[in-house]
Design a protein around this ligand. Structure first.
Ligand code: KG4
Ligand code: ZN
Length: 349
C-alpha cells in the first residue's frame, strides 16, 4: 500500500452516460473528487423509451473528448499531473465501451501513463470506499439497470456471490413498469416520484421467491412482478398507487433477500457487519430507508453513496483505478479489449 495519494482520470461510456472525472486518494478511502462530469444522453434516447446502442456510441464519440477536457479543467490539472488513466472496459454496450477504452488507450500511449481497464460493476462496488472509506469485508447489494446481486466483498479481487436475479434486473423492472404506466424514461426516478403520492397498499403485487427456503441462496426474480403490473395497468388504475405498490413489493423482495445474504455473509466473515448498497437503484430513497430498517434490526451499518454517485459516473471508475493501481495492477495497452459481459464474482458464496 503506497502512502502517496494517487490522482486518476476516469472515463465511463458503458451505457447512456458520457462521463469523465478526476479523483485523488489512497485506499481504503475516502477519496477526494476533484471533478465529476456526467453528460447524460437521456434526451436522445427518451423518444424510444430505452437506450438505443447505436445512438449511444455515436454520442459518446462526439462528446467524450470535450467531457475529458472539462474534467481536467475543473480539477485544474493537465494530463501530466495524472498518475494513471482508468476506463470502463465492460460490461456494457460494446460500442460505447469501445469508444471510452480506445480513447483511454490513446491517452495512455501518448502520455506514457498507466492504463487501468475497469470492470464497471467494480466501480459501483467500490464507490462506498471512495465516499465513506468503508473497509473490507462488506456485504454488497448491487442494484442497477443491468444487475441485481448480493455479494460478500473480501477485497478488490474477492467477490463471493450469494444471489443474483434469475430474470430481470431491478432497475429494468423499474424502467419497464414506468413504460407500462406511461411514465417518462428513465423509469426509476419517475416511479419513485409517482410513488410518493400513491397508496402502497392499493394493490397486492407478487413477491417472487420471497421466503423460499432450501436453496440457501439469495436469488431474485422480478419478471412476475412486471407481468402483474402489466395486467393491472389494463384496468383503470391510479398510476401513483400502482407505482407505490410496485415499489413496496420491490422493497420487500430486496429486504428479504438481503436478510438471507446477511446470514451467509456472517458465516464467511463472522466479525463484519457493513452493508453497502450500490448501483443506480441505490439512489431510491424509499429502498434505502427499507434497508436501513433491516440493518438496525440485524445490527449492521449501512452505507449508501449519494444519488449522483449511485447512478453511472466516472468518479467511481477513477476510484476503482486508485484501488487497482495501489495494488500494482495495470493493463497492457495493446492487448486489453472491451467486454460486453464481465461477471464480478470470483467464487461462489
Ligand atoms: O447504475 P446505473 O446508472 O446504470 C447501470 O449500470 O445499469 O443504473 C441505472 C438504473 C436504471 O434502471 C434506472 O431506472 C435506475 O437505475 N434508477 C432508479 C432510480 N434512479 C435510477 N431506480 C429506482 N429509483 C431511483 N431513484
Ligand atoms: Zn452502472
Amino acid at each position: 500500500m503506497t502512502g502517496k495519494p494517487l490522482t486518476i482520470l476516469g472515463i465511463e461510456t458503458s451505457c447512456d452516460e458520457t462521463a469523465a472525472a478526476v479523483v485523488r486518494g489512497t485506499v481504503p478511502g475516502p477519496g477526494e473528487i476533484l471533478s465529476n462530469i456526467v453528460f447524460s444522453q437521456t434526451e436522445a434516447h427518451a423518444p424510444y423509451g430505452g437506450v438505443v446502442p447505436e445512438i449511444a456510441s455515436r454520442a459518446h464519440l462526439e462528446i467524450l473528448d470535450g467531457v475529458i477536457e472539462r474534467a481536467l479543467c475543473d480539477a485544474q490539472l493537465s494530463l501530466k499531473d495524472i498518475d494513471g488513466i482508468a476506463a470502463t472496459a465492460g460490461p456494457g454496450l460494446i460500442g460505447g465501451v469501445m469508444v471510452g477504452l480506445t480513447t483511454a488507450k490513446a491517452l495512455a500511449l501518448a502520455t506514457a501513463k498507466p492504463l487501468i481497464a475497469v470492470n464497471h460493476l467494480m466501480g459501483h462496488a467500490m464507490t462506498a470506499r471512495l465516499t465513506h472509506g468503508v473497509e473490507f469485508p462488506f456485504l454488497l447489494l448491487l442494484v442497477s439497470g443491468g444487475h441485481c446481486q448480493l455479494l460478500g466483498v473480501g477485497g478488490v479481487d474477492d467477490f463471493r456471490l450469494y444471489g443474483s436475479t434469475i430474470d430481470d434486473a431491478v432497475g429494468e423492472a423499474f424502467d419497464k413498469t414506468a413504460k407500462i404506466l406511461g411514465l417518462p424514461y428513465p423509469g426509476g426516478p419517475a416511479v419513485e416520484a409517482a410513488a410518493k403520492t400513491g397508496n402502497a397498499k392499493a394493490y397486492d403485487l407478487p413477491r417472487p421467491l420471497l421466503h423460499k427456503k432450501g436453496s440457501g441462496r439469495a436469488d431474485f426474480s422480478f419478471s412476475g412482478l412486471k407481468t402483474a403490473v402489466r395486467q393491472l395497468a389494463q384496468n383503470h388504475v391510479r398510476v401513483e398507487d400502482v407505482s407505490a405498490s410496485f415499489q413496496r413489493a420491490v422493497i420487500d423482495i430486496l429486504v428479504d433477500r438481503t436478510a438471507g445474504a446477511m446470514a451467509m455473509f456472517r458465516e464467511n466473515f463472522p466479525r463484519a457487519n457493513t452493508l453497502v448498497v450500490a448501483g443506480g437503484v441505490a439512489a431510491n430513497q424509499a429502498i434505502g430507508a427499507g434497508l436501513a430498517r433491516l440493518c438496525t434490526q440485524e445490527d449492521f451499518n449501512i452505507r449508501i453513496p449519494p444519488p449522483r454517485l449511485c447512478t453511472d459516473n466516472a468518479a467511481m471508475i477513477a476510484w476503482a483505478g486508485v484501488e487497482r493501481l495501489s495494488a500494482g495492477v495495470v493493463s497492457d495497452v495493446l492487448s486489453v479489449s472491451p467486454r460486453a459481459r464481465w461477471p464480478l464474482a470470483t467464487r461462489p458464496g
